[in-house]
Design a protein around this ligand. Structure first.
Ligand SMILES: Cc1cc2nc3c(=O)[nH]c(=O)nc-3n(C[C@H](O)[C@H](O)[C@H](O)COP(=O)(O)O)c2cc1C
Length: 365
């Protein structure tokens, strides 16, 4: 039954706007069913590819915390800490496509009112790679997935034609969109990396080629910290580390800026907001900058006793959003979506103590 939390996004009806992002919380049928049981409105599956992956021989994700007493960031156990971020170097799903397909079908049959968005990724260096995108897209749509999210944002791919490495290449973005939209007829979400010098160009290319939405942000490429005593990185294999991705509360502000950038440039287009959502207040901030849908990863993974799918978290998110909307008299999140969008302006538009704006450069005549 429709209520204030019902959200229409990219032509799909969500029972609430909260979706588990593509990551460990959505890596298996068991977890996705548990997540839907708990009340999530949708899931974006862990990214599915066509070739086997082998993860590093050590922890794939660490949770970093800080404390008031000594506010350094570390994964080390200390009393009275609060969450700062996750850091991961996990590759895409290690479950092959032919095992995913019956699982996806069963999930959709069990929960027809919940949205299942399949995250997919292939390369882009050849015609064969383009056909791989098509193969993946057709297969997941055949078993009932409601939408597809193209992973153009994984921060730890060595290949130049995969993941975040393609984000600065509008031609590749367009070619992938064209390949996929020519074979399936569901909404296509495009997940972009925030670590991109031409985010707006990438978003423009994606929307122009038929993307129903941009999902933003994936994790920020980053390094784990080294411990001064042990001289080891807090996560490493044989003393070595590679670029990984920072997620969680630490990326909230940067993610909001990226969402606002896209929202101001394309106010009529859809955005799925991701990055540091832990509760209502962070979700609210994405909505006021224009996001019509919210994805959560680190906070769900960190919740103890929920099997990493955020059972308590989704209840809190729904309760707190509903309470806010009833208190403010909003009929849906559309009533306040985007209200902060145009309150982000150029520096020179901000009032000065004196009449004159002096930006630190010579005024043109
Ligand atoms: C361990 C881990 C694995 C992830 N795997 C994927 C993935 O396979 N595909 C993808 O698009 N994003 C992946 N992500 C990124 C998340 O979906 C999300 O964009 C990011 O963590 C930011 O959201 P958060 O701040 O709520 O964690 C992963 C994140 C983590 C922590």
């Amino acid at each position: 039954m429709a209520n204030e939390l019902t959200t229409h996004f990219t032509g799909l009806e969500f029972v609430n706007p909260f979706v588990l992002a593509s990551a460990p919380p959505t890596e298996s049928k068991a977890k996705i069913l548990r997540a839907f049981d708990a009340g999530w409105g949708g899931v974006v599956t862990k990214t599915i590819g066509l070739h086997p992956v082998e993860n590093v021989a050590g922890p794939k994700t660490i949770y970093q915390r800080t404390s008031e007493a000594k506010p350094y960031v570390s994964r080390m156990k200390r009393p009275d800490t609060v969450s700062h971020s996750s850091w991961n170097w996990e590759l895409i799903s290690d479950q092959p496509l032919d095992l995913w397909l019956p699982d996806l079908e069963e999930i959709k049959t069990t929960y027809p009112d919940r949205m299942v968005i399949a995250s997919i990724m292939a390369g882009a260096g050849s015609q064969e790679e383009m056909e791989n995108w098509q193969k993946l897209a057709k297969a997941v749509v055949n078993v009932g997935c409601d939408a597809i999210e193209l992973n153009l944002s994984c921060p730890h791919m060595d290949r130049k034609d995969m993941g975040a490495n393609v984000a600065n290449d509008e031609e590749i973005i367009t070619a992938i969109l064209n390949a996929v939209t020519s074979v399936v007829d569901v909404p296509i979400w495009v997940k972009l990396t925030p670590a991109n010098s031409s985010l707006l160009d990438g978003a423009a290319a994606a929307y122009a080629a038929g993307a129903a939405s941009i999902s933003l942000c994936n994790t920020f490429p980053s390094l784990p910290l080294m411990d001064p005593e042990t001289m080891k990185f807090e996560v490493e294999v044989d003393g070595l580390v590679s670029s990984g991705g920072l997620g969680g509360l630490a990326i909230l502000h940067q993610a909001l800026q990226r969402v606002n950038d896209i929202s101001r440039a394309f106010p009529d287009k859809s955005i799925s907001g991701i990055g540091g959502i832990k509760g209502f207040r962070e979700a609210f901030n994405f909505i006021v900058h224009g996001a019509g849908n919210l994805q959560v990863c680190t906070a769900a993974m960190e919740e103890k006793g929920s099997g990493g799918v955020g059972v308590k978290l989704i209840q809190e998110l729904k309760d707190d959003l509903l309470e806010y909307m009833q208190h403010k008299g909003h009929a849906s999140i559309e009533d306040f979506r985007g209200v902060a969008r145009d309150r982000v302006v150029e520096h020179s538009k901000i009032r000065r103590k004196s009449e004159d704006y002096n930006g630190g450069y010579a005024k043109s005549a």
